[in-house]
Write a protein that binds this ligand. Structure first.
Ligand SMILES: *Cc1c(COP(=O)(O)O)cnc(C)c1O
Length: 348
């Protein structure tokens, strides 16, 4: 069965909005087709709806083809579009690991799609057999996240492949933190799996969270469906121009990643010697999940000192856990000092 056959019939039949820039996308002397203001260049012009120049550059960077790339307003956009392409509101469901990134369930909720969460093992690993057992005839997408948020670890790639092979419908693997992992990406194997959709983002390693630029990689038929239902001009000229410039600075990104990985190891070791810290989980991302003696209290005491971390203690399998982003060497030192200080002053 073709993967497009998993799409909702109304999406397959949809005649998309055709913009002026869709109808004519080349160079010209005079543009009088889009009701734009002729002054205030370059912002008077509508942006390229398919971001051709930017996709060419992303394709080079990721060693893939532009026809396999969708660019969105953050990863949030492809997450929402994929749910809307494949899941019929009020009828279908998606399956995800638990705990994981909260956006899949929020996007599902907005679209009236039920979510079945399958708990990871005690050491936050994926059991493909257990996940696939949660699939039923109304399941239309599986969401995996590797390295996973908030646990920080990469999922075992052999188990992920078992999921991709064991479910004929779309399997999304969110690799937002892949630049920080030594365990690799599934992107080079995209052509092996027609039902695989890989998400990546410029928000983390590339330091562009404010720009809102996310990527989806999938078979061209899936990319075509995503382009069909997206807002015509989903990425502004400002985003496209700025990203084109910033993608030339890959060396800087590599340096940031290198520093953050060194800092991650240093921070993990320093945290392990803090009295109120009970466990520091191994991380393949730019953050650490840390179990402490009293997460709520320590979160509050850190906030009082102007240090903000994420309290994840109400999340399944994350009892008494804080999620701590790796910062600059100076920021990490401030955090460690504060935690030692808190441990000294409070009877834990
Ligand atoms: C941060 C993060 C993203 C990135 O989202 P954007 O919308 O691209 O900023 C995606 N997935 C996960 C799991 C994340 O933690």
């Amino acid at each position: 069965m073709e993967l497009t056959q998993w799409a909702r019939p109304n999406i397959l039949q949809l005649k998309p909005y055709s913009s002026a820039r869709d109808e004519y996308s080349g160079e010209a002397m005079v543009f009088l087709d889009a009701n734009e203001n002729p002054w205030n260049q370059p912002w008077n012009r509508y942006p390229d709806p398919l971001q051709r120049e930017l996709k060419k550059k992303v394709a080079q960077l990721k060693e893939t083809d532009p026809s396999l790339i969708f660019l969105g307003n953050g990863s949030d956009e492809p997450i929402d579009l994929l749910i809307r392409i494949f899941c019929e509101p009020g009828q279908h469901n998606l399956v995800q690991i638990e705990p994981t990134y909260g956006m899949y369930a929020v996007a599902a909720g907005v679209n009236h799609i039920a979510v079945t969460g399958v708990p990871l093992s005690g050491d936050y690993q994926l059991d493909a057999r257990r996940l696939l057992a949660a699939v039923n005839p109304a399941t239309r997408i599986i969401f995996l996240c590797s390295p996973n948020n908030p646990t920080g670890n990469a999922l075992d790639s052999a188990e992920m492949v078992k999921v991709i092979l064991g479910f004929p419908g779309p399997v999304v693997v969110d690799e937002a933190y892949v630049d920080f992992s030594r365990k690799g990406s599934l992107l080079p194997r995209l052509s092996e799996f027609p039902n695989l959709i890989v998400l990546q983002t410029f928000s983390k390693a590339w330091g562009m969270a404010g720009l809102r630029l996310g990527m989806a990689f999938a078979a061209p038929e899936i990319i075509t469906l995503m382009n069909r239902i997206k807002y015509p001009y989903n990425l502004s000229s400002l985003t496209q121009r700025t990203a084109l410039e910033l993608l030339d600075t890959e060396a800087r990104k590599e340096e940031w990643v290198h520093t953050l990985l060194t800092e991650r190891e240093g921070l993990a070791a320093a945290l392990a010697s803090v009295p109120c810290v009970e466990k520091v989980w191994p991380s393949d991302a730019n953050f650490l999940l840390v179990r402490v003696s009293d997460a709520r209290k320590i979160y509050g005491l850190l906030t009082d000192r102007g240090i903000i971390v994420r309290d994840r203690s109400r999340i399944l399998l994350c009892d008494e856990s804080l999620r701590i982003t790796v910062g600059t060497p100076g920021e990490n030192e401030i955090l460690i000092r504060a935690l030692h200080d808190i441990s000294r002053n409070e009877p834990f």
